[in-house]
Design a protein around this ligand. Structure first.
Ligand code: UD1
Length: 335
């Protein structure tokens, strides 16, 4: 049985990926410092799959602990999610973001090299494209200057990994996610919003649940069909499955280069108003909203060109926006 380390494995995308890995017969080890997750997720994963993953409460900023982990655990692949991801917070705390997202990445890569571990999957983001000149966005679209320290950590992280592949046998895939949403069909795991949600779907869901009075729709005069911004919302379960495909590609030596990049999206753009309408349709719940000014740093539209992932990984999304929104609502009901 192949052993896989998932850092940030109790987080939103991490936990869904752990479930899919276990479903595919991998033995999973999780490192998570619970900075943006809950230990209960471990039991919830176990109740879905019937197998408890090994769990290590390690803070990846502690180099000695990282060294120790890799010295004591023989693993076949690493999926590295652990990172801070709040755009606004990153502007306030840039150094913390660089330490937590970049410092830890370097420590892990050093240990992979020292221990001859060569299969590495990195959580990246479509944020590296900024407002792309052409839609849909292909993997060849130029990287734009980052709008935030968070976005910068993804760009720099990709560069660091690429450089690491040049001086070792490391094989790495950076997966650039569009907008991950939704929850597991069992409603046992999902996104755990701490405080006021910054992302659209958690805010929509909490508004429908009566936790928030009203959703602010940021910007209604964008150059889009209904004036609101357009994004590519991908179901987290589809996204999770892509990680297993990418990992197998490396383990089975099917990669075409030591460093590869794939966009993960549905290929379809939806506006904020379309999301609200779909949510109301599938749940029968009303979402109070008002149109307000644009949010600083937001782009007009982004959606993925999915051809490269389809052709090379043989992966595409199977679930719809409606599926994702309904699952997000069921998860809210669990909460
Ligand atoms: C954001 C980050 C992106 C990050 C991603 C991770 C910014 C500028 N970008 O993407 O770097 O990788 O989250 O999940 O923060 N919206 C509203 N009202 C709300 C919240 C959002 O109208 O209360 C709108 C936004 O203006 C945007 C869309 O909904 O048009 C999606 O927003 P969000 O879920 O925050 O994702 P992104 O901004 O696309």
């Amino acid at each position: 049985m192949k052993k896989v380390l998932v850092t940030g494995g109790l987080g939103f995308i991490g936990s869904h990926t752990v479930v899919e890995l276990q479903n595919e017969g991998f033995e999973v080890l999780i490192i998570d410092n619970l900075s943006n997750s809950s230990i209960e997720v471990l039991d919830r994963i176990t109740s879905i799959t019937g197998t408890k993953p090994a769990y290590f409460n390690i803070d990846l900023r502690e180099k000695a602990a990282v060294k120790d982990f890799f010295a004591n655990n023989k693993i076949d692949g690493i999926i590295h999610f652990a990172a801070s991801k709040a755009v606004g917070e990153s502007v306030q705390k840039p150094l913390e973001y660089y330490e937590n997202n970049i410092g830890t990445l370097v420590y892990i890569l050093q240990e992979l090299k020292a221990n001859n571990l060569n299969n590495f999957i990195f959580s990246s983001s479509c944020t590296v494209y900024g407002q792309a000149d052409e839609l849909p966005i292909t993997e060849n679209a130029p990287i734009k200057p980052a709008e935030s320290p968070y976005g910068n950590t993804k760009q720099i992280g990709e560069e660091i990994i690429k450089d690491a592949t040049k001086i070792s046998e490391l094989k790495a895939i950076a997966l650039r996610y569009f907008n991950p949403i939704g929850a597991h069909a069992t409603a046992k795991i999902g996104e755990l919003p701490i405080g006021v949600p910054q992302n659209l779907i958690p805010f929509v869901v909490q508004t429908a649940a009566g936790i928030r009075e009203e959703l602010s729709v940021f910007g209604s005069d964008y150059d889009t069909p209904d004036g609101t911004a357009v994004r590519d919302y991908i179901h987290v379960v589809d996204l999770a499955k892509a990680h297993i495909v990418a990992l197998k590609r490396l383990i089975e030596d099917n990669n075409k280069a030591q460093y590869e990049v794939f966009n993960l999206g549905t290929g379809k753009g939806n506006s904020v108003l379309e999301v609200i309408k779909s949510f109301e349709k599938v749940t029968g719940k009303k979402v109070n909203y008002k149109l307000v000014d644009k949010r600083a740093g937001d782009i007009t539209a982004a959606y993925a060109d999915t051809n490269y992932a389809k052709d090379e990984l043989g992966w595409k999304t199977e679930l719809t926006l409606d599926d994702a929104l309904l699952s997000a609502w069921k998860w809210q009901e669990t909460l």
